[in-house]
Design a protein around this ligand. Sequence first.
Ligand code: SF4
Length: 62
Amino acid sequence: MRVHVEPETCIGCELCPSICPDLFQMGEDGIARAIIEHVPGELQDCANEAAQSCPVEAIKIT
Ligand code: SF4
């Protein structure tokens, strides 16, 4: 499983790092980014939760 934040879509609501701080952080530009691209098994549930919770669907999981 891979996770990616589309920077042009993210509105900087800070929800994903609050849901899954081991996977997402806010950049100095106010846009979220994935700390790690390949999601380890123990973080897959929170990655999915963050993606489903993002108000603009900026988090892509493949
Ligand atoms: S939840 Fe979505 S809009 Fe909010 S910071 Fe994360 S990627 Fe950006």
